[in-house]
Design a protein around this ligand. Structure first.
Ligand SMILES: Cc1cc2nc3c(=O)[nH]c(=O)nc-3n(C[C@H](O)[C@H](O)[C@H](O)COP(=O)(O)OP(=O)(O)OC[C@H]3O[C@@H](n4cnc5c(N)ncnc54)[C@H](O)[C@@H]3O)c2cc1C
Length: 340
């Protein structure tokens, strides 16, 4: 089968920041049978940039080489094993649509991750997480193709080196692996994760005493719709910076020096997580606007495109924010989206 190839394509509608970058050549992968032809096209004009829903990317310039848009579809139940149900989805499936499909089958596990924009294939890349659950906790395995040589490989959780908004796929050469399908282990038994106070409050307000996965998903969607700016209305990529993880002693020292500074448990007892939003807010950035690049008026962590900001302008704003946080708190903020 011949993949669809487009030339000189605007990427404005293909990234949630809505910045106008141009792909010299965009290849759409819709069917696994197209893979050999797609790999040949990528070899012809490298480097390759793998694009899912474009909701965790910032184009600071036109991407060189070839943009590969992953549009592989399909989802299925693979079977039951030791009380768990194994499900698989192709990488181009919409993440929220997939979560809704699992809920419709009576499967529990992904409800806290409802309404995260993007595709199934990108979810393991930054180990998406929300409301107390990370995708690695429900992950079984994935299939990927090495772009340089076309080798196929199955990754289990250990191979992925999942961390906080991190995995092996965020490191190494850009787009070295093309993820084609991801499998998850879900449960028919409800096991709600209600660690987040905000989620518990929402359920209480709704009068739900013992929630199932559906009620949790509805509550998560309601909170997200209320809190997070919709990229269809204002360009953004969700949280622009990761919450820094530091040694606990350092976090406590910072909290003593800066009244009201929140600290959260880290990945181990010796570490703590700081709130990037709190630090950015303290530096006075919330609601800041410079031309069309800005910081959301209610979310210090969300950088926005008010209309016609370029990626370079958003990167410049992010650099100023990082610099001010570094000067005031001595903390280095790391961007969450991939800056191309
Ligand atoms: C409003 C909003 C809210 C958000 N909320 C959250 C949240 O709560 N939690 C959270 O974790 N994230 C959140 N995000 C970030 C984003 O939704 C996730 O990171 C999502 O998984 C990105 O999916 P995507 O398909 O859009 O990836 P893209 O932006 O297209 O790509 C992101 C990265 O993954 C790579 N990639 C994409 N697909 C593949 C593939 N098939 N194979 C190999 N590499 C691939 C790309 O090359 C790129 O490096 C939010 C974003 C927005 C805009």
């Amino acid at each position: 089968m011949a993949p669809i190839v487009r030339r000189a394509v605007s990427l404005k509608a293909l990234n949630s920041f809505g910045v106008d970058a141009r792909a010299e050549r965009l290849v759409e992968l819709r069917d696994p049978a197209e893979l050999p032809a797609v790999l040949a096209l990528l070899r012809e004009r490298p480097p390759a940039l793998v694009l899912g829903g474009g909701s965790n990317l910032l184009f600071s310039r036109d991407p060189p080489g070839t943009v590969l848009r992953v549009m592989l579809g399909g989802r299925r139940v693979l079977g039951e094993r030791a009380g768990e149900t194994l499900v698989e989805a192709a990488a181009g499936e919409n993440w929220h649509g997939f979560v809704e499909w699992t809920l419709g089958l009576g499967l529990n596990g992904l409800e806290n991750l409802s309404l995260i924009p993007g595709t199934v294939g990108a979810a393991p890349v930054q180990n998406v997480g929300a409301y107390g659950v990370e995708v690695c906790e429900r992950f079984d395995s994935l299939d990927a193709v090495s772009l340089p040589d076309g080798a196929l490989r199955r990754f289990d959780a250990g191979d992925c080196s999942f961390g906080y908004r991190d995995s092996v796929f965020r490191h190494g050469a850009d787009a070295q692996w093309l993820i084609t399908a991801v499998r998850f282990r879900l449960s028919r038994t409800p096991r709600p994760c209600l660690d987040y106070g905000e989620l518990r409050d929402e359920l209480r307000t709704r009068g739900v005493a013992s929630p199932g996965a559906r009620e949790v998903a509805d509550a998560v969607c309601a909170i997200r719709r209320r809190k997070l700016p919709d990229p269809a209305e204002i360009g953004n990529a969700g949280s622009f910076f990761r919450n820094p993880v530091v040694e606990r002693a350092r976090a406590e020292q910072l909290a003593r020096a800066h009244s009201g500074m929140p600290i959260y448990p880290g990945i181990s007892p010796a570490t703590a997580k700081l709130s990037a939003a709190w630090m950015i807010d303290r530096c006075g950035w919330k609601g800041w606007r410079d031309g069309d690049a800005g910081v959301h008026e209610r979310h210090a962590l969300v950088l926005v495109n008010h209309g016609n900001a370029s990626g370079a302008q958003i990167v410049a704003l992010a650099t100023r924010i990082r610099e001010s946080v570094r000067q005031r708190f001595g903390i280095e903020l790391e961007p969450e989206p991939v800056v191309v």
